[in-house]
Design a protein around this ligand. Structure first.
Ligand SMILES: NC(=O)c1ccc[n+]([C@@H]2O[C@H](COP(=O)([O-])OP(=O)(O)OC[C@H]3O[C@@H](n4cnc5c(N)ncnc54)[C@H](OP(=O)(O)O)[C@@H]3O)[C@@H](O)[C@H]2O)c1
Length: 364
């Protein structure tokens, strides 16, 4: 009996020793995995911080000569106000001649006058309403044929009149969103890119949006059209990088322009919501340094946070924000006109008298 007890004691001791040994081996293993994870994280964070400094600080110190690098002319779509106009001003300030494309002849004439009087560059314009679809491109192609275009800024874009559910937007609005946001950037790139490839230099800059970070409720079609642009740019960037072409996709969050004038708060510039000129000054300095960026440092931080959110939280937050903006817009509409907002939704912006024509100097 005593022998049996003694053996059982020894067995328990043995099992205990083996277990302790096993745990200390596992602890060592876990410590190695932990150390590896920490080193990886440190390298990752250091790399991101370095990239951020390089893209958003060094790029502004060591400015790329855009004219020399890409060519003497730029084409800017949707250029009579907001971000497009700011692109024209910033490019002209860097000595680049501009081809303007928008739908209003009178606004284009005013922009030509302003740019030519402020900067020593040539400015010409093509009147085109991209919402009309395929019919506008033949004339644009003819007007641009044989021109040394170094930079194409696919800026034109339309949003909802204000955030709303999918079934509250008209079919006409859906086609406008597809024709202006998706087709214009795609076909304009198809028109301009061959010349760039032939010359072995050029840049295509496209205005997507932070709204495409994830699907966004109450601006579903807008956010989806911008996600298309993101995918489109990433793929053609890969295809044409080796041919000397830079394809950059800009994905900013709110910028204080007429596009958000349905809200009482969004069109006022601040640190988070920059003015179009502040945004473009930052964004253009990143051209040639990075192919996919919000373009503005505070928006880079916003995107970093957004990428770490689970999709349900993004959707919930987006829905809450857009619902508040919808309410704000409907109150404004009621105050202004005393009319029913649902009637307002059905009124689309009127297009210019002439669908397509051109003004200004012939482009050389
Ligand atoms: N504002 C923001 O918060 C924000 C944020 C992220 C991305 N974005 C994107 O940035 C781009 C510019 O936005 P924005 O805020 O500067 O817009 P905006 O202030 O509304 O200006 C739009 C410009 O496009 C022109 N345009 C509108 N519809 C057109 C059409 N059918 N055909 C030809 N031209 C047309 C307008 O000129 P005419 O009226 O003279 O034709 C105007 O010059 C858009 O792609 C937008 O999606 C904006």
């Amino acid at each position: 009996m005593a022998l049996a007890v003694d053996r059982a004691d020894r067995l328990i001791d043995e099992v205990f020793r083996e277990t302790v040994h096993l745990f200390s081996t596992a602890r060592d293993g876990l410590a190695i995995i932990g150390a590896f994870y920490v080193v990886k994280k440190v390298i990752n964070i250091s790399y991101n911080v370095f990239s951020m400094i390089k893209i958003h600080v060094m790029s502004r110190i060591f400015r790329v000569d855009l004219k020399e690098k890409y060519g003497p002319w730029a084409v800017v779509t949707g250029c009579t106000s907001g971000i497009g106009l700011a692109f024209c001003e910033e490019l002209a300030a860097r000595g680049i001649n501009i081809v303007l494309i928008s739908r209003s002849l009178s606004k284009l004439s005013a922009v030509i006058q302003t740019l030519e009087s402020r900067f020593n560059v040539r400015v010409t314009a093509i009147v085109a309403d991209f919402s009309e679809g395929p019919s506008v491109y033949d004339n644009i192609r003819k007007q641009l044929d044989g021109k040394d275009i170094g930079i194409l800024v696919n800026n034109v874009g339309v949003a909802y009149d204000y955030p709303m559910n999918f079934l509250d937007i008209t079919e006409q609005k859906i086609w406008e969103l597809v024709n202006v946001n998706v087709a214009a950037a795609t076909v304009m790139t198809h028109i301009v890119l061959p010349g760039m490839v032939e010359r072995g230099r050029g840049a295509v800059v496209t205005m997507a949006s932070g709204a495409s970070t994830m699907p966004t409720p109450l601006i579903a079609v807008y956010s989806a059209t911008k996600a298309y642009l993101d995918y489109f740019c990433r793929a053609i960037s890969y295809e044409y990088k080796k041919r000397g072409i830079t394809v950059q996709c800009l994905m900013p969050y709110y910028i204080a322009t007429g596009m958000t004038q349905y809200s009482t708060t969004l069109p006022r510039p601040n640190l988070i919501i920059p003015s179009p000129n502040t945004f473009v000054r930052h964004a253009l300095s990143t051209l040639g340094w990075v192919d996919r960026t919000p373009g503005y440092l505070p928006h880079v931080l916003q995107m970093w946070i957004a990428h770490h959110l689970p999709e349900w939280l993004w959707m919930w937050g987006g829905n809450r924000l857009n619902d508040a903006l919808r309410e704000q817009a409907e109150i404004r509409i009621r105050h202004r006109s005393g009319s029913n907002p649902s009637n307002q939704m059905k009124t689309s912006r009127s297009s210019s008298a002439a669908s397509v024509s051109s003004i200004g100097d012939p482009v050389l």
